[in-house]
Design a protein around this ligand. Sequence first.
Ligand SMILES: *[C@@H]1O[C@H](CO)[C@@H](O)[C@H](O)[C@H]1NC(C)=O
Ligand SMILES: *[C@@H]1O[C@H](CO)[C@@H](O)[C@H](O)[C@H]1NC(C)=O
Ligand SMILES: *[C@@H]1O[C@H](CO)[C@@H](O)[C@H](O)[C@H]1NC(C)=O
Ligand SMILES: *[C@@H]1O[C@H](CO)[C@@H](O)[C@H](O)[C@H]1NC(C)=O
Ligand SMILES: *[C@@H]1O[C@H](CO)[C@@H](O)[C@H](O)[C@H]1NC(C)=O
Ligand SMILES: *[C@@H]1O[C@H](CO)[C@@H](O)[C@H](O)[C@H]1NC(C)=O
Ligand SMILES: *[C@@H]1O[C@H](CO)[C@@H](O)[C@H](O)[C@H]1NC(C)=O
Length: 359
Amino acid sequence: MVLRTTSLFRAAVAAFTAVATCSAQRCAGTTLPLPARNVYQFDSETWIENLAVRPNGDLLLIVDENVTAPVHPVALYQLANPSSANPELTLVHSFDLGTVLGIAEIQPEVYAVLAENFTGNFEAVPGTAKMYTFDFSRGEQPVVNEVATLPDTAIGPDGIAALPGNPNTVLVADMYAARVWAVDITTNTTTTFVQVPEMAQVHNFTQMGINGLRVSHGHLYFTNSDLKSVYRVQLNQCGSGAEASAELVANLTSVTPVFIDDFTIGRDGTLWVTSSGPENVVVAVRPDGRGGFREPIVAAGGINRTDVQGDVGAAFGRGCSDRDVLYVVTNGGLWGAGLGLNQTATEPGKVAAVDTSCF
Ligand SMILES: *[C@@H]1O[C@H](CO)[C@@H](O)[C@H](O)[C@H]1NC(C)=O
Ligand SMILES: *[C@@H]1O[C@H](CO)[C@@H](O)[C@H](O)[C@H]1NC(C)=O
Ligand SMILES: *[C@@H]1O[C@H](CO)[C@@H](O)[C@H](O)[C@H]1NC(C)=O
Ligand SMILES: *[C@@H]1O[C@H](CO)[C@@H](O)[C@H](O)[C@H]1NC(C)=O
Ligand SMILES: *[C@@H]1O[C@H](CO)[C@@H](O)[C@H](O)[C@H]1NC(C)=O
Ligand SMILES: *[C@@H]1O[C@H](CO)[C@@H](O)[C@H](O)[C@H]1NC(C)=O
Ligand SMILES: *[C@@H]1O[C@H](CO)[C@@H](O)[C@H](O)[C@H]1NC(C)=O
């Protein structure tokens, strides 16, 4: 695959200029953990796996609802007006599959969603990992299409990401095949995009390697859950993926010794990493101004706090009023508890808003 760095650059510039007209937030200083409030919480044990933020500020949530029931609803929901006191939740689509894994905006107002049936330890049932698109560009009722079925070689697909400049490609992190797939949504083909040793797990604990995925400033960033580390691969070296090499950008072992899940990247380049249970924290890793990163800091939550308990995904708001709000989605701590780790209390999954404006 030939990558066009110029279009990557243009996409990055566009993303920045889109918010350039907002006035600066006033900050009176703050202490850690950062203040967080509940935006919306389900009534029963629910796993909100990930989210995307629409240009109008509404949140799209991919959800396993009533997750402890053997057969449970798996759905895309919209949460409108997340800044208000009473956000409205509406069902957009129900999937006839066992779980939803990733969501990413791949074209303006077009969102790719990955869903599958899975067996023990989150492995895909062969032939059931499917990519869908939800096109909101022509109205509030999205056009839904099933666009690809991943091959049986995709064993543990999880996080997905758009590839700026390539609107028909969706990148898929595979925890067990330890690579990134490129799914072409127009041809229904899946090829290896990049595979490096740092995408594999090594400790045989959860067996989960590469998990979250983001493209930013010409790099593909990814988390490795087992290694509790964030890495990046330079995109313009990936033309023949096998030759790419990964650079360690942050090792979170000292603050999240058990697990890390997904992450997002702020406007200033800070990495915001979710831990899931049992740590229940969001970790921030600031850029050092020289192309590298500083030491990780626990920015939100805490092992015995419920602010972001069971945090599995995060994304920033897109409006002037919430562009410094980190929306965090949770599974309520179900997974840490389910693993037999020592965090046993759970709560229904929720969307929390962490105010990062003073960070
Ligand atoms: C989830 O479970 C709750 C409580 O049992 C129930 O009220 C609700 O209708 C269920 N939701 C769905 C979508 O099945
Ligand atoms: C996934 O599992 C559900 C529930 O068992 C079943 O109804 C559905 O047909 C399965 N989907 C595929 C693609 O196998
Ligand atoms: C994609 O390809 C797979 C395997 O060839 C096939 O089973 C599936 O029906 C195709 N899906 C779509 C949406 O074209
Ligand atoms: C992980 O499992 C593999 C295969 O069973 C084994 O070869 C390896 O030694 C194990 N690694 C650790 C760190 O236990
Ligand atoms: C991360 O740091 C820990 C010590 O805190 C160390 O044992 C581990 O090897 C480091 N991981 C990587 C990928 O460098
Ligand atoms: C969390 O709570 C447990 C049980 O009460 C306690 O043993 C532990 O020290 C607490 N940890 C922190 C970091 O407060
Ligand atoms: C959980 O167990 C770890 C390792 O034994 C310990 O360091 C930590 O304090 C425990 N946390 C709680 C909440 O009990």
